[in-house]
Write a protein that binds this ligand. Structure first.
Ligand code: SF4
Ligand code: SF4
Length: 142
């Protein structure tokens, strides 16, 4: 498994959480996040949400090194459906700026070439690719 290193894309205030009782979110970064070197308590970071959340770049070797969130400005998260794996999907979210065309191209080829369900963001709008069941389910709830 890779290490987050200088990345803190999930610590910089986009996601809501409490770290040792101190809230972050709504643009307020985690109190332990240093914008230059990442988490300052990495070895001691709490189980929830820090250790229990792994973006796909961190754990999935199919994702190339250059897709690191600090380089690609996207964060990919796997959303496993509890009972029906045909409805599991990858969430590909822009972070800090509009998704780059090279990154978007890679994401689309990866999803289409491997039969992945994805929800991806372009300039804040959400789009989907996936199997028929997944697309039907998403269209009913959106
Ligand atoms: S976005 Fe991924 S690599 Fe970056 S800090 Fe979060 S889990 Fe680590
Ligand atoms: S404790 Fe570290 S890993 Fe957890 S949110 Fe804060 S900066 Fe990120």
């Amino acid at each position: 498994m890779r290490e987050c290193g200088d990345c803190g894309k999930c610590c910089d205030g986009r996601f809501k959480a409490e770290i040792f009782g101190v809230p972050m979110g709504n643009g307020i970064k985690c109190t332990y996040y240093d914008t230059k070197c990442g988490c300052t308590i990495y070895e001691k970071r709490p189980e929830h949400p820090c250790r229990s959340y792994n973006c796909e770049w961190l754990t999935n070797e199919d994702i190339p090194d250059w897709m690191k969130p600090t380089l690609s400005n996207v964060v990919i998260s796997y959303k496993k459906h509890p009972t029906d794996d045909t409805l599991s999907y990858y969430n590909v979210m822009e972070h800090s700026r509009k998704i780059d065309s090279v990154v978007l191209n890679w994401v689309l080829r990866w999803a289409l070439g491997n039969g992945k369900n994805i929800i991806y963001e372009v300039e804040g709008r959400l789009y989907t690719i996936g199997n028929e069941r997944f697309l039907e389910t998403i269209s009913k709830i959106s």
